[in-house]
Design a protein around this ligand. Sequence first.
Ligand SMILES: [Zn+2]
Length: 328
Amino acid sequence: MIVKQLTVPIQIRKLEALLNRFPIHDERRERIFSDYQKAYSGYIGEKAMQYPLSYLDPERYLIFHDIRLKAGEHFFQIDILILSTKFILISEVKNITGRLFLDHEHKQLIRTIDDKEESFTYPIDQLTLQQIQLKKWLHQHSFPLLPIEGLVVFTNESSILTSSKPHEKIIKKSSFIHKMLDLEKRFNQVPDYSENINTLSDTILQNHTPQNKSLLQKYQISKDELITGIQCPNCQQFAMKRSYKYFNCSQCRSSSKSAYLKALEEYVLLFDSLLTNKQGREFLEIKSPDLMQRILREISAERFGVNKSTSYRICLEALGKLKKESLE
Ligand SMILES: [Zn+2]
């Protein structure tokens, strides 16, 4: 059973919002775009795992996508965590194209594309660290220590994978189910954990803490460097102004009732879920406080405080729903 579904990671949504609102010619864009590509490709890799995972018996396996837990001082992130009544499996998913060579002696993963070599973090070290952290976490929450197995799964079908010596923890996606059958056999004799598995599953979910780092801080970008205004869904210019019930684009003349929803969503992704009427007006480039007030009412933003210090909480899920409804 899938306990925690795979969804587009918030980090990817934040990067998309930033790229959308960051000046096109700024040289910092390259790094942001490269981080976005890496994150997106990781997500596609996990998506590709949904098919082999669908072969697992839902009665016997609990599957969690993108779990982030804290053990001691440090957070650790697991791409796919599989819980059975006999063992736990951590899968680190790698969606990398090109010719890949795993040098176990020097602990490196080297990718070659068009004679250009690039080095990646040695995935076995990553996996071992996750295993140690998860063990610590189980101990911290007073769960018995189930055997923790780990796999690095390469998901890109066009990549060619070779290594300095065979390694049982390194597989391609197509071998995943066979590997699971091997693990089932191997742990057949260990004590059954079914009594506690639901408590463990609930505790994992309750303690999951999504990464919530501010991208502006990460890339040293100040608020006034970002493009403000409401973007036209037709020509992508930030040129929409409200007249009567609609927002009209001053560039291509198209109109929209709901173009402001995306702008508010981007505000939350880039700054905060709390905003004042003034902050909203500045970001959306709206002059009228009354109009801003109506917009905040339309999205049912929760209100805090009084008079000038009044702020509103915007819920990303609620915005998402309204955006979907506006397209129907
Ligand atoms: Zn337009």
